[in-house]
Structures are given as structure tokens and as C-alpha cells.
Write a protein that binds this ligand. Structure first.
Ligand SMILES: Nc1ncnc2c1ncn2[C@@H]1O[C@H](COP(=O)(O)OP(=O)(O)O)[C@@H](O)[C@H]1O
Ligand SMILES: Cc1ncc(COP(=O)(O)O)c(N)n1
Length: 268
């Protein structure tokens, strides 16, 4: 059995964060574990409240996981404060996992700050250099690179600048552009354009979380980074195509779209 860890915030509505990550791990047949950094009271319509876990408790959860069930890959999502970011960095330096996917979560689709603006520099300084790949969306890539991104060439320039911050590789996600859903992967030498059709749906809660944890799941399964990104793209495209029209706001991705246990899961 391969093991994967998510270090992220809890979404009570089950669509993003820890919940999306653990569902993604299960759908890949990978054993999922969690280090919870914050609890959000959240649903498809928005975030009602956020309570951070103490940095000491974040580190202790990492210790519990790494000293017993060492993960084959790690995904990092919401890390809201400088204290939590430093605790996670301390854990990574202590236990040295080599496959770390960093989704630099900043603002939820509903508009809440999941990263305190003053913690942005700590995220850049402490976590980017310890990651194998960073997966910003357009807004996050713009904030990290200090530029506006409006097209594919901008995505490539932002990717270059994010490597200058010390990232080893980066995927700039184009989910918020128009046209095909194009993501740009840059490994410091070559650019790879990873594209799918754009799916016409409002239900995209948890897409970034699902994509980054699918990369981590595939890394845990032993695929190389480029192959893991391509497989994650296939998974997220199916999860959006079959996304769930539940709740009163932005519905979540569907993790069961390619599972066939006891019939067609899409009909449940
Ligand atoms: N409407 C869509 N159709 C197809 N793919 C999409 C759509 N929206 C987002 N994606 C894909 O989902 C993944 C997550 O991207 P994005 O939504 O930009 O991230 P985030 O949730 O961090 O804002 C990317 O691979 C992106 O291309
Ligand atoms: C706890 C938590 N973590 C992350 C997100 C981002 O969600 P998305 O994947 O839709 O950008 C979220 N809304 N809540």
C-alpha cells in the first residue's frame, strides 16, 4: 500500500481542503493521512469562520505521521499564518520527504482569505524551496510573480519568475482563463502545455485541491512528475465533468466518477 499525506485546512462542506484530498487519495487506491492546519466552517456558498490549529499541534501531527507511517508523497494546501508555515517547514526539514506538492492556497473561490496577506512572504521563503512542484492558479501565480497574467505567454513568464523564487518546478493552472483549460508545467528547462476541453459548469469548488492531491497520489504510486501531472489533469477533468450540483452555491468536484464499485457511481 502506498501512503500519502495532506497538510491542509478542513472544509466542513466536504468539497475542498482535507476532505477533497482524502477522497482523491481513496479514489487512487492510496492510503490517506492528514495534518489539519485550520478548521473552516464552510459550505458551497462560502466561509463562515476560520480557526487555526496551533503551530505546536501542526508539528505534532507531522511527527505522529512521519515517525510511524512515513508517507510516499505529501501535498500542502491551506497554511494560513506565518506560525503554521514555519511549523510545516520545520516538519519538512526534520523528516525530509522528497515528493512535496505545494498548492499555494490564498483566497477561496467565495472570496475569503485562507492565507493571511502578511504570511505571503513566509510562504515564499519557507515552503517554496522545500517543494518538488508548486501549483498556483492564475491569481496565486500573479501574486507570487508580481505580474498580471492574461494569456499563455504571461503564464510562462510567471512560471520563470516562480522558479527564480527557489521553486524546483511549477504548474501554472489556467482554470480561470477562457478557452481550453490549459495548464503550463515548467521544469526550469522546458515548458509543457497540458490541456483539456473547458467544461461549462459553475461547480468548481475544490478543483485546485483535487488537482494537487491527485498529483501527490500519482507521485506516491511511483509515476514521475510529468506523468503524475498528466494523470492528475485527466482525473480533475473527469471530476469537473461529473461535478455535483449539491448545496446552494458552487458545487464540488466528484471523486467517484471513475469508480465502478457496485454499478455506475455517477448515478448515486
Ligand atoms: N471549467 C473547467 N473545465 C476544465 N478544467 C478546468 C475548469 N476549471 C478548472 N479546470 C482545471 O482544474 C484544475 C484546477 O485549476 P483552477 O480552477 O485554476 O485552480 P484553483 O481551484 O486553485 O483556482 C486545472 O487543471 C484547471 O485547468
Ligand atoms: C480549507 C480549504 N482549503 C482550500 C480551499 C480552496 O479551494 P479551491 O480548490 O476551490 O480553490 C478552500 N476553499 N478551503
Amino acid at each position: 500500500m502506498k501512503l500519502a499525506l495532506t497538510i491542509a485546512g478542513s472544509d466542513s462542506g466536504g468539497g475542498a481542503g482535507i476532505q477533497a484530498d482524502l477522497k482523491t487519495y481513496s479514489a487512487h487506491g492510496v492510503y490517506g493521512m492528514s495534518v489539519i492546519t485550520s478548521i473552516t466552517a464552510q459550505n458551497t456558498t462560502g466561509v463562515l469562520g476560520i480557526e487555526d490549529i496551533s503551530p505546536e499541534m501542526v508539528f505534532l501531527q507531522m511527527k505522529a505521521v512521519f515517525e510511524d507511517l512515513y508517507p510516499d508523497a505529501v501535498k500542502i494546501g491551506m497554511v494560513s499564518s506565518e506560525g503554521i508555515i514555519k511549523a510545516v517547514a520545520e516538519g519538512l526539514k526534520t523528516y525530509k520527504p522528497d515528493k512535496v506538492v505545494l498548492d499555494p492556497v490564498m483566497i477561496s473561490k467565495s472570496g475569503s482569505h485562507l492565507l493571511k496577506p502578511e504570511a505571503m512572504e513566509a510562504l515564499k521563503r519557507e515552503l517554496i524551496p522545500l517543494s518538488l512542484v508548486v501549483t498556483p492558479n492564475l491569481m496565486e501565480a500573479g501574486a507570487l510573480s508580481g505580474m498580471e497574467i492574461e494569456n499563455k505567454e504571461d503564464m510562462k513568464e510567471a512560471a520563470r519568475r516562480i522558479l527564480d523564487l527557489g521553486a524546483r518546478t511549477v504548474v501554472v493552472k489556467g482554470g480561470h482563463l477562457t478557452g481550453d483549460a490549459l495548464d503550463v508545467f515548467y521544469d526550469g528547462k522546458e515548458f509543457y502545455e497540458i490541456t483539456s476541453e473547458r467544461i461549462d459548469t459553475e461547480n468548481t469548488h475544490g478543483t485546485g485541491c483535487t488537482f494537487s492531491s491527485a498529483i501527490a497520489a500519482n507521485l506516491a504510486l511511483g509515476y514521475d512528475l510529468l506523468e503524475s501531472i498528466k494523470r492528475a489533469k485527466h482525473y480533475i477533468t473527469g471530476a469537473i465533468k461529473n461535478s455535483l450540483d449539491i448545496g446552494h452555491g458552487v458545487g464540488p468536484t466528484n471523486h467517484f466518477w471513475n469508480l465502478r464499485i457496485g454499478g455506475d457511481a455517477r448515478e448515486r
